[in-house]
Ligand binder design. Structure first.
Ligand SMILES: *Cc1c(COP(=O)(O)O)cnc(C)c1O
Length: 430
């Protein structure tokens, strides 16, 4: 398998950055998420660099839902990233990581009254998802005696080649305002006393391995912007969302590079704004592309069972990595302590959860496995820990971050005490 440069095999062991995966699990236990900080920095530089080459006024807003650990948010904040936040929690984390409020966009199709109040209070920009929500926001801003800068999220009605659960720009999706109603929404915003429409926002989906839909998306946004100028909206930013995919199947997936992405999107954007005579900031919201390949999930083999096929039963399942069961996702796996041994048998990598669907990887050629071996699941940095649960009353595992020679916890493992810490005894059981 072709490994990315921060993953190497030395002395038969998988290494991430400078660190031997076997040493890491001896020190921190399993299961264990391990993130290479340098890889995130490199990814950020590469993606932002590819766009900025075409146009200086690019702002990268990391989609915080992909991986919300504060250590990762701090790293990205230190590089100048803002964030796309989808909840009060993500907003609080982004601010506490040191991100500037003016580099945050509060997104969401179902914001509560307290979400709107928080947006008003913190002064972040809000991506408004309906005219009804606009009216609630107008009231919240009025009560606070202030004005809120907003964008509307446009539903561009674009079909994208990805898993249906992560295609967000379909005409039938729950997100955004249909393009033919968007002018009406901006008219409402122009008329609202405490609302300042300054941007336009769109996000067509995730794990997209073709750049053409992004170019079409930008075309739609430019067309809408043309109409917005006519009704007197002065846009300071156009936000094209995230969604750039990565090659999870490292042998066969053909994934666009950031340069391919920029090469498809930027000419359309630049031609459009030039014709319109405007120079708005271009905002992008990558999540997966910045963090997915920075992280591996390390797990230990509990037992091997040769049944109708060979199962390697490991100590991590969809409680820790939900993508395979949720999206039928593929993740490469490596035998971390036998990484140079010949692959001799097909194994299905099964988790410890009491569900038939708890399979992390199916029918993979691997070296002979025995209890105690280490399995590394690659590209687990996006929508991995972030979507974990305590299902089956399993405490979540630790997360470690690496920086050069150093390795440190960025989240300790939960304990059984943590499982019960939030539970209350009803008075009649006391
Ligand atoms: C999830 C999400 C993103 C990031 O998507 P990726 O595929 O991880 O790049 C960006 N913007 C919005 C609004 C999102 O919901």
């Amino acid at each position: 398998m072709i490994l990315p440069p921060h993953l190497t095999v030395r002395g038969g062991h998988l290494h991430i950055g400078e660190h031997d995966a076997v040493d890491l699990v001896e020190r921190f236990g399993t299961p264990l998420y391990v993130t290479d900080d340098a890889r995130i920095r490199r990814n950020f530089r590469r993606l932002s660099g590819a766009l900025i080459t075409h146009y200086p006024e690019v702002r990268v807003l990391y989609a915080a839902k992909a991986n919300g650990n504060l250590a990762i948010l701090r790293t990205l904040a230190s590089m100048g990233a803002g964030a796309d936040v989808f909840s009060a929690g993500e907003l609080a984390l982004a601010l506490s990581a040191g991100m500037r409020p003016d580099r945050l966009l509060f997104n969401g199709s179902s914001k509560s009254p307290s979400d709107l109040a928080l947006a008003v209070e913190t002064g972040v920009r809000v991506s408004v998802d309906s005219i009804d929500e606009l009216q609630h926001l107008e009231r919240a801003a009025g009560e606070a005696g202030t004005t809120v800068d907003i964008a509307f999220r446009v539903n561009p009605a674009i079909d994208v080649p990805t898993h249906p659960k992560i295609a967000t720009g379909l005409a039938t999706s729950k997100f955004g305002i249909p393009a033919d109603e968007i002018l009406n929404a901006y008219r409402h915003a122009l008329a609202a006393e405490h609302i300042n429409p300054v941007g336009i926002h769109c996000h067509i989906g995730s794990q997209i391995l073709d750049v053409e839909p992004f170019a079409r998306e930008v075309e739609v946004l430019i067309e809408v912007t043309r109409d917005l100028i006519d009704i007197g909206v002065d846009l300071s930013f156009i936000d094209i969302g995230g969604g750039l995919g990565i090659p999870y199947r490292r042998e066969t997936d053909r994934a666009p590079t950031p340069e391919d992405y920029a090469g498809a999107v930027m000419p359309v954007f630049l031609r459009g704004i030039h014709e319109l005579g405007i120079e708005p900031e271009l905002w992008v919201e990558p999540g997966r592309w910045l963090v997915a390949d920075s992280t591996i999930l390390l797990a230990r083999v509990n037992s091997v069972k040769i049944a109708h096929k060979a199962f390697a039963n490991i100590d991590a399942g969809f409680n820790l990595l939900a993508r395979p069961v949720m999206y039928d996702s593929y993740h490469e796996v490596v035998a971390g302590n036998k990484a140079d041994m010949p692959a001799v048998r097909e194994y299905t990598i099964a988790g410890p959860i009491c569900e038939t669907g708890d399979i992390l990887a199916e029918d993979r050629m691997l070296p002979d496995l025995v209890a105690g071996d280490i399995i590394a699941v690659l590209d687990a940095g996006a929508y991995g820990f972030a979507m974990s649960s305590q299902y089956n009353s399993r405490p979540r595992c630790a997360e470690v971050i690496l920086s050069g020679e150093e390795a440190a916890l960025m989240r300790r493992a939960e304990t059984i005490d943590d499982l019960v810490a939030l539970m209350e005894v009803p008075p009649w059981q006391a």
